[in-house]
Ligand binder design. Structure first.
Ligand code: SF4
Length: 186
């Protein structure tokens, strides 16, 4: 019993193995058996949702539940690193204060009300169409214009080339919007 206890003592192990006390010999059995929270989780590669740098992330999940989001060492852009904002992506998804309902403040109202996403999308579409109807210019000085400058679209950083292509096609070719930009172009 005593012998067993002594043999597990890090100092004895250090003397016995002539190690410098910074490796396994300095760990208790409990520490050696500790496993990372991502142990046994499935992992899905992703991209940080925040800015145009596009750092690689690994999304760990188990049984449909998010476990952790870490930097992806295989990413040629970030090589496993995330800035403080990207390192907080897990909290972005899981923080109890995260808003999950659309908030709407009616004109002249001082109160916010929660509305369904479906209704919010309908309201956006109706207002866009109404604005286009009121402001669309077919011609100026006998030259064909076919445009409206009354609406603009600013894309987010995580939009990729294909999404930007579709946005430009829908908004410019479809609605005649010319004021279209993207926060980041990578
Ligand atoms: S980790 Fe930071 S630098 Fe990288 S994409 Fe996210 S916000 Fe940008």
């Amino acid at each position: 019993m005593l012998k067993d206890l002594l043999s597990r003592w890090p100092l004895i192990q250090q003397i016995r193995t002539r190690a410098d006390g910074t490796g396994l010999e300095a760990m208790s059995q409990r520490t050696r058996e500790l496993r990372p929270k991502t142990d046994g989780a499935q992992v899905t590669p992703s991209i940080c949702p925040y800015c145009g740098v596009g750092c690689g992330q690994l999304v760990y999940h188990k049984n449909g539940k998010l476990i952790s989001i870490e930097g992806d060492p295989q990413s040629p852009i970030s090589r496993g690193h995330l800035c403080p904002k990207g390192a907080d992506t897990y909290e972005l998804h899981t923080h109890p204060g995260r808003l999950k309902k659309v908030k709407y403040r009616a004109p002249y109202s001082r109160e916010w009300q929660e509305i369904e996403l479906e209704r919010a999308m309908d309201m956006v579409a109706e207002r866009m169409w109404d604005t286009r109807d009121r402001t669309f210019q077919e011609a100026r000085d006998s030259n064909s214009l076919m445009q409206t400058t009354a609406m603009a679209h600013l894309g987010g950083a995580t939009l990729d080339n294909e999404e930007n292509y579709l946005i430009k096609k829908l908004f410019t070719a479809g609605l005649g919007m010319v004021c279209i930009s993207n926060q980041a172009r990578i």
